[in-house]
Design a binder for this molecule. Structure first.
Ligand code: ATP
Length: 216
């Protein structure tokens, strides 16, 4: 479904969010108080506007309150970041994502109603460390501090064995929610008879500690 987004603050983070959403086929209003930042992104988003997002009337004039998702990507100016997040929630935008500079900042954003708080540098650091340590982790989505969904290349030890025989939940404390076979084949909620084959990608839900105990 095509969604409507507003991205406020076109630094490196905001710019890459705005461009990617547009490339994925969504409608994106990109906003920055700096004219140059607006010029640079103009061709790559649906609409780019130079404005100070602290001005509520400006946001209303742009129809921001009717959009589905807002991303507050302002970094250094904490006051603007917090004020704008608060205003967007008060306007009734269903999903507001705000970029935080620190855990304390994140707590404030949570209190004022931000639906998702991101810490780009920290998140990227965690992602990189995971990739470096676990070469067979293709991708992951963090569900909570402890639990994630991981896509892993099936460990050699699992190949040609059924999930029933492997008994992964009991032995390793992991749940296999899907098995990707080749480019376009996926077995959702595989049963005990599903056999793991070479080069399969296992989509698993587990504690990060359980992941570390899996064989390579
Ligand atoms: P990044 O790490 O993503 O490059 P950053 O964390 O250094 O960015 P800033 O450069 O502080 O973030 O802010 C990002 C952008 O937000 C800047 O281009 C700045 O002009 C814009 N910005 C700051 N305050 C406002 C505001 N009140 N209204 C609109 N844009 C703003």
């Amino acid at each position: 479904m095509r969604k409507q987004f507003v991205v406020i603050g076109l630094g490196r983070f905001g710019t890459s969010v705005a461009k990617t959403l547009t490339a994925l086929g969504h409608e994106v209003l990109a906003l920055d108080k700096n004219e140059h930042a607006v010029q640079v992104i103009m061709q790559d988003v649906t609409q780019a506007v130079q404005a100070d997002a602290r001005e509520e009337e400006t946001l209303r004039g742009l129809g921001v309150r009717n959009l589905d998702v807002a991303i507050v990507a302002i970094g250094d100016d904490l006051e603007a970041n917090i004020l704008i997040t608060l205003m967007l929630k008060e306007m009734g935008i269903p999903y507001v994502v705000a970029k935080a500079q620190s855990i304390q900042h994140g707590k404030v954003l949570e209190r004022i109603g931000a639906d998702k708080i991101v810490y780009p540098e920290q998140d990227m650091g965690i992602r990189l460390a995971n990739n470096l340590i676990r070469t067979n982790v293709m991708d992951f989505i963090e569900l909570s501090l402890d639990y994630s969904i991981f896509e892993i290349i099936a460990p050699a030890k699992f190949v040609n064995k059924s999930l029933g025989k492997l008994n992964l939940r009991a032995v390793y404390n992991i749940n296999v929610v899907a098995i990707k076979k080749g480019i376009d084949q996926i077995v959702i909620a595989p049963g005990a008879n599903s056999v793991v084959e070479e080069k399969d990608i296992l989509v698993i839900v587990c504690n990060k500690k359980a992941l570390a105990k899996l064989p390579e």
